[in-house]
Write a protein that binds this ligand. Structure first.
Ligand SMILES: *[C@@H]1O[C@H](CO)[C@@H](O)[C@H](O)[C@H]1NC(C)=O
Ligand SMILES: *[C@@H]1O[C@H](CO)[C@@H](O)[C@H](O)[C@H]1NC(C)=O
Length: 385
């Protein structure tokens, strides 16, 4: 068999290539379809998205709208790799707040950002490990055309790159108001993260921005040019500036992030990323077998891509845009259709060096039969096709 199988594969590959059909290989036969609303699939998807949010350094926490597809690949060792495709929605919590997506408010339709994440998750019940080696996501703002049709009076998104001076003015004026009202600490602007405008009695601008602590005191405020070089954002402010005739109205509300300073030796100093004890995730009282001290390589690798309004994207040539291309998310730990061993299991205790067997991410054309699952917000404008 040891010799026969490779030979059979060669024959199979040759025949399939000749007919230019997708290569069918025995490994792929081990890809099982799972239901997108199975409770354990939802549980793993929740875990994957929490880990994705934890890994991110900027942007807003993503919440799970629905599980779009799921495949399980049983490993030869005790465990499975899950290939998850998740439809997500932007919330109003910045990732720096470290809040769980379940504690965050999904944005209203007109300020929505939506998209898709692909995640590869390893789970082993006997080993009590959940681990997310890789993810990638693509996001887009909800179509402006759809907003103007459904809610013509809603605020429309403005650029946050400071190309609109009114956006910057709204941020600086609202922060000035906050600093003026603050009795002690002063804050400076780090970055505008969201902006929109609307005509009320006059122009009105709504902004969200990150702030950091300024070394200046209140009395120095306007003349102070000291900068704390490497200080991290301390919080997020939501402000507005609106005008009625010559009168200006400014509002501001700031929320501060919990300090993430690690307590040396304490419970909080354990890494929050990397492999996680499954039983802990399932809130059992058992003490784990998996190491809690994961090497830094065990941190999931991935990124979130921000794409423009889908309406703005020009189709190539005269071809009509294929809506299925709206969220191109690439996540291939291998390009070999036969799969490949992935050496990530350095974090397992004991002498046995574990390997994962990965396949190219399953194609969209072959969704699991019971997928996608039901959506939390079932609106076609925020559901990837
Ligand atoms: C600063 O606050 C004081 C009272 O707290 C108020 O009288 C004053 O108008 C404020 N200045 C600005 C520029 O907002
Ligand atoms: C994730 O996406 C980026 C592009 O956005 C790509 O360069 C990278 O290879 C992707 N990661 C994987 C594992 O496919």
């Amino acid at each position: 068999m040891g010799l026969l199988l490779p030979l059979a594969l060669c024959a199979l590959a040759a025949c399939c290539r000749a007919r230019s059909e997708p290569l069918v290989v025995p490994e792929a036969w081990r890809l099982l379809s799972r239901g997108c609303s199975d409770s354990d699939v939802l549980h793993f998807s929740d875990f994957a998205l929490q880990d994705i949010n934890k890994d991110r350094k900027e942007g807003y926490v993503l919440s799970l709208n629905r599980v779009s597809d799921v495949r399980e690949h049983r490993q030869e060792s005790e465990g499975s790799l899950f290939y998850l495709t998740l439809d997500v929605l932007g919330t109003d919590c910045p990732v720096l707040s470290k809040k769980s997506w379940k504690d965050c408010r999904v944005r209203l339709l007109h300020e929505s950002v939506y998209g898709q994440c692909k995640a590869i998750l390893y789970i082993s019940r006997p080993r009590r490990v959940l681990y997310l080696p890789a993810y990638n996501c693509s996001l887009r703002p909800v179509s402006r055309r759809a907003i103007s049709r459904m809610c013509p009076d809603c605020p429309v998104p403005s650029p946050t790159d400071l190309s609109d001076p009114s956006v910057l003015e709204a941020a600086t004026q609202s922060l000035a108001k906050y600093n003026n009202e603050s009795t002690s600490k002063q804050y400076s602007l780090v970055k505008i993260t969201k902006a929109s405008s609307q005509w009320v009695f006059g122009p009105a601008y709504f902004v969200e921005y990150l702030i950091k602590e300024s070394p200046c005191t209140k009395s120095q405020a306007s003349s102070c040019s000291l900068q704390l070089s490497d200080s991290k954002p301390a919080g997020l402010c939501k402000g507005s500036l609106s005008q009625e005739g010559i009168k200006k109205f400014v509002s501001v509300k700031c929320e501060f992030f919990e300090s993430q300073a690690p307590a040396p030796g304490g419970e909080n100093s354990a890494p929050t990323q990397g492999p996680v004890n499954l039983l802990k995730v399932e809130e059992s009282q058992h003490e784990g077998m998996a190491p809690t001290n994961a090497p830094s390589e065990a941190v999931p690798r991935g990124s979130v891509q921000y794409l423009p309004d889908w309406d703005d994207e020009k189709p190539e040539g005269s071809q009509k845009k294929d809506p299925r291309e709206a969220f191109p998310v690439q996540l291939d730990l291998t390009t070999n259709p036969l799969g490949e061993n992935l050496d990530v299991f350095f974090f397992f205790p004991g002498p046995v060096k574990e390997k994962l067997f990965v396949l190219p991410f399953p194609k969209r054309e072959h969704l699991s039969p019971e997928c996608p699952g039901p959506a939390q917000v079932d609106n076609p404008f925020i559901l990837p096709p």
